[in-house]
Design a protein around this ligand. Structure first.
Ligand SMILES: NC(=O)c1ccc[n+]([C@@H]2O[C@H](COP(=O)([O-])OP(=O)(O)OC[C@H]3O[C@@H](n4cnc5c(N)ncnc54)[C@H](O)[C@@H]3O)[C@@H](O)[C@H]2O)c1
Length: 431
């Protein structure tokens, strides 16, 4: 593996330009690379958090030269099941473990894959980088804006490759469509809209109960200050509590807004507004089930994201509006360009980019070059920040004004209080 040189600031636009030419193009590139290099350098990984992480572990295990040595979950039933499933596709069975620090302690491990809940993303990535591991961390990259800043610092300080799991950044079709936007296919693009819909039910009212014997709840909580175990938070429903999750905006909205930001060619907003709430059920959920956020950027550009989490009519993914027409992108990477009269110009099928995103991470590790990443932490962090800002606007009930330099909220100390969180003593992330 090539040594990673001392960090050079990544020119985001430089690598935005390195787009493949279509879905078929990427499949051909991957096949050609495999033919050229039948025995790529070995990369040893450990995967933490085995729901989404089980799919990731299976996908990693099927890539040439990859050994998934550990699958880790604080739920021992999930760890055992994860190991069993990965063993079916891998050359060697992974070891199921309950504490991810065992992965960090193994000097032969090259990379940590973190698909634990959001409150773990920042702290685990920072610990991973300090232990000399490259990190593939799921979206949103962090639980709060301060963690995102610290993750960028940690990746720089330890010269690590840190990829965020916004996999559509590696979809060949989406890359081709965004490149066409940047090349002016529909003229100046000034507005974009993401639309999410789902049919989620109520999470009810939780009761305190004994922690199941198969779950290490202490380590599930990790960096988050301690809360009693309730019967309706774990797994998955933690997404709907600010203490661990970031609502639908941080859960699904981040995929949409990351692409909105990419297509518009913007980083930090100057104004953020939010409306919505918990409109559909009277239960424990704290985060909105019906939510609309709006971001204004310099140079007369805007993005909106609207979510109906309890009504699944009309899931559109992302549209871009330009002076010369419209781009309609689908969540599976398919897209259509229209002219100003709504006449179809052209369209293409696509992919979500899941495998390409892993391949891109492995390439950056093998080449020793974080700048090759399609969704490196430094480039991605402003995308997750849009979700945090939307949630802060929602929680304070106010319009936020932000610095176009770094997204910090100006003239609103109460809103800025939500920039960071309190930690369980001993778990404060430090770089
Ligand atoms: N990129 C994508 O398309 C995509 C899709 C789904 C989920 N995700 C992300 O994956 C993450 C996990 O979401 P989920 O839906 O799988 O949640 P989940 O609650 O169903 O699963 C999380 C798993 O992590 C485990 N876990 C918790 N703390 C751990 C620790 N310290 N060490 C090891 N394991 C630990 C839990 O026991 C659980 O099995 C979220 O951040 C989510 O946003 C990404």
């Amino acid at each position: 593996m090539k040594a990673i040189p001392m960090h050079e600031p990544i020119d985001r636009r430089q690598f935005l330009n390195r787009t493949a030419t279509g879905a078929a193009g990427v499949a051909m590139t991957l096949a050609a690379r495999a033919a050229e290099n039948p025995e790529p350098e070995r990369v040893v990984v450990g995967v933490m958090g085995l729901s989404r992480g089980r799919t990731l572990a299976i996908n990693f295990a099927q890539q040439p030269g990859v050994e998934v040595r550990y699958v880790c979950d604080v739920d021992s039933t999930r760890a055992a099941k994860g190991a069993e499933e990965v063993a079916k596709v891998a050359t060697a069975a992974p070891q199921p473990v309950g504490d991810f620090r065992q992965i960090l302690d193994d000097p032969e491990v090259d990379a940590l894959v973190c698909a634990a809940p959001n409150h773990w993303h920042g702290p685990a990535t920072i610990l991973g980088c300090s232990a000399g591991k490259h990190v593939y961390v799921e979206k949103p990259c962090c639980h709060n804006p301060r963690e995102g800043e610290l993750m960028v610092e940690a990746a720089r300080k330890h010269n690590r490759v840190v990829q965020v799991g916004t996999q559509r950044r590696s979809s060949a079709s989406i890359r081709a469509a965004i490149q066409a936007l940047h090349d002016g296919e529909i003229g100046r693009v000034y507005s974009t809209r993401g639309t999410y819909t789902s049919l989620r039910g109520s999470i009810g009212t939780g009761k305190p109960v004994d922690v199941p014997e198969f779950l290490d709840y202490e380590l599930w909580q990790g960096p988050a200050p301690r809360r009693p175990y309730m019967d309706n938070r774990v797994p998955y429903n933690w997404h709907w509590f600010w203490h661990w999750g970031n609502g639908e905006l941080g859960n699904n909205g981040v995929h949409y807004l990351d692409i909105c930001r990419w297509g518009l060619g913007v980083d930090y907003p100057i104004k953020v507004t939010s409306c919505g709430g918990r409109y559909c059920y009277d239960d424990d959920q704290e985060t909105p089930d019906t939510h609309s956020v709006c971001f204004e950027f310099e140079d007369e550009k805007m993005a909106t994201w609207q979510a109906h989490s309890c009504n699944q009519y009309g899931n559109e993914f992302v549209n871009f509006y330009g002076e010369g027409g419209t781009l309609v992108l689908g969540g599976e990477g398919e897209y259509t360009f229209y002219d100003k009269d709504n006449k179809e110009i052209r369209s293409d099928k696509g992919s979500r980019g899941d495998i390409e995103h892993i391949d891109n991470f492995l390439t950056a590790i093998r080449e020793g070059n974080p700048a090759l990443l399609n969704s490196g932490i430094e480039d991605h962090n402003p995308g997750t920040l849009l979700c945090h800002l939307g949630n802060i606007a929602q929680r304070t009930g106010r319009t936020l004004h932000c610095s176009p330099e770094n997204g910090h909220i100006v003239n609103d100390p109460e809103a800025m209080d939500l920039w960071a969180r309190e930690y369980e003593p001993g778990w404060e992330p430090t770089v």
